[in-house]
Design a protein. Structure first.
Length: 122
């Protein structure tokens, strides 16, 4: 991998799986939302590339023993519907690439999305 990839948290889960967590925090300026969504899309595909290229296993050799790798996206105070649609499209693309044999790794990848607000409304 020739560029820096921003993954906020890499954890080994109690069941032995490895989770790669991306955290997005808003609020995003309305005028910048398209740019922020494109940046998020790049982060998601970079994360997938870390798994598929084997870079995850070079950095964390114990991840080779994991049953699955979980790609998590946690969004806080972002346009949640838009982020969720992006994540669902990303997941569909990743799954179709894996089933067509385009993905170099045979690791099972699980996808998790979460959106919450940290801003108090009271």
């Amino acid at each position: 991998m020739s560029h820096q990839v921003s993954i906020d948290l890499v954890t080994k889960l109690p069941n032995g799986d490895f989770a790669l967590t991306l955290v997005e925090q808003g609020p995003w300026d309305e005028r910048a939302t398209n740019r922020e969504v494109e940046r998020l899309q790049d982060r998601l595909f970079d994360c997938l590339e870390v798994v598929c290229s084997g870079a995850l296993f070079q950095r964390y050799p114990e991840a080779k023993m994991a049953g699955s790798v979980v790609i998590r996206l946690h969004c806080y105070d972002t346009p949640s519907e838009r982020c969720q649609r992006l994540f669902e499209a990303f997941e569909a693309h990743a799954r179709s690439s894996a089933s067509s044999g385009d993905a170099p790794t045979k690791m099972d990848i699980v996808f998790e999305f979460q959106a919450k607000s940290l801003i108090s409304t009271s």
